[in-house]
Design a protein around this ligand. Structure first.
Ligand SMILES: [Zn+2]
Length: 200
């Protein structure tokens, strides 16, 4: 550990525990915070405390929220009959950024990952099944990642929802915009061909 006052050592240690931050970057960030105007450094500290004290999970969709219902669940302009199922709040934020989706969400808080010991009961799948009837959902869009675990989770959920008769869709998988077909892997190309749409 670098030779500096104990409080700085603690800060460096905390910062280097963040994802993608090594000791060198942690030292640089700690020095930056030391050189910042005190008011800015205090705001940073307070925002970390606030986020942990005031933000929890929405009662309905399990998105991050600072009240009982998140801003999407309580927004009456959003279509209450369509649910987009995502793995994490980060995925929800990415879809929201597109400003293209006007339904609501259900955040699973993970995916089924047998190798890591994560089964359906550790996710918010039971709550999703219950929502279909309670909220009179008409369509469920499965937007888990197109990974082995994400696909398996989508399949599991679709089986669980089969009996409800709700319309179940899966997000398209294929060629990314700006992509070059020559360099795209076979699985993605196969999915792109399977998921082709008629041009109108
Ligand atoms: Zn919500």
């Amino acid at each position: 550990m670098v030779n500096c006052p104990q409080p700085m050592q603690t800060l460096i240690q905390c910062l280097s525990g963040l994802p993608g931050i090594g000791e060198k970057t942690a030292i640089r960030l700690a020095l930056f915070i030391m050189n910042q105007p005190e008011v800015d450094a205090m705001q940073l500290a307070r925002s970390i405390i606030d986020v942990r004290e005031k933000v929890s999970l929405c009662r309905k969709c399990f998105n991050f929220s600072d009240s009982d219902l998140c801003s999407i669940c309580s927004n009456t302009k959003r279509d209450p009959g369509v649910l987009c199922v995502v793995e994490s709040p980060g995925d929800l934020m990415a879809i929201e950024k597109t400003s293209h989706y006007r339904g609501r969400y259900h955040v699973l808080q993970g995916v089924i990952a047998p190798l890591e010991g994560i089964g359906p009961d550790q996710l918010k799948i039971r709550e999703l099944v219950q929502r279909i009837d309670i909220d009179q959902i008409k369509e469920v869009i499965l937007a888990t990642n197109p990974t082995v675990n994400g696909n398996a989770t989508a399949l599991y959920i679709s089986q669980q929802l089969l009996v409800s008769g709700v319309k179940i869709t899966r997000i398209a998988q294929g060629v990314p915009s700006g992509g070059d077909i020559e360099y795209i892997d076979e699985v993605t190309l196969r999915n792109a061909l399977d998921g082709r749409r008629e041009m109108k």
